[in-house]
Design a protein around this ligand. Sequence first.
Ligand code: PLP
Length: 222
Amino acid sequence: MDDCLADRLAAVRERIEKACAKAHRDPAGVRLLAVTKVFPADVVREAYAMGLREFGENYVQEMERKAPVLADLEGARFHLIGHLQSNKTKKAAQMFASIDSIDAAKLATRLDAEGLPLDAMIEVKLSEEESKSGAAEDEIAAIVDTIRACRNLTLRGLMTVPPWSEDAELARPYFARLREIAGRFAIPELSMGMSNDLEVAIEEGATWVRVGTALFGRRKRV
Ligand SMILES: *Cc1c(COP(=O)(O)O)cnc(C)c1O
């Protein structure tokens, strides 16, 4: 198992470096968010031992189970990348360093009211898929204004999940669009690109890639 994760991590880092070389970008400008949802706390610990510090989790409830047993991992930072319900803002603010999935101004206001410093990203929905969460493009300006007026939230970036496809090239227009929107609001970070399309995302300006499967293997359905 150890070797396995070490090998996978090396392979992911190599993919990131190659994509950066192709795009004439500094690899230091692309950060790896290790997506550990559905995997047990031991897997987070193992990834931490290999030097990973930034982790993505999708569910507040799952994090409530993991957080107590991972409290000793100094410097580990957890990002919430799944949809956040407004009745869970207190727990989310306590357990996460960054909420990457803010999709409404009201949600930002509630998070701010919890009184804890948090990094923030706005999740943008760029496709028509019913199942996807995220703010519509025409709602972004209001959410940006709200977060920037918050005392405890720091707006770091935009996040998006394009429609899934075998063909990573099909995600390119969504990534390019997210970069354009971020530019319009002078938002520095772009969280885009996952296991199957991180190269395309890096070419389009990703500053975070969120990688689960390519590091930890396939997830069992929950
Ligand atoms: C699960 C998930 C990922 C990781 O996806 P992989 O294809 O396993 O790399 C990234 N971002 C979000 C929002 C996710 O829910």
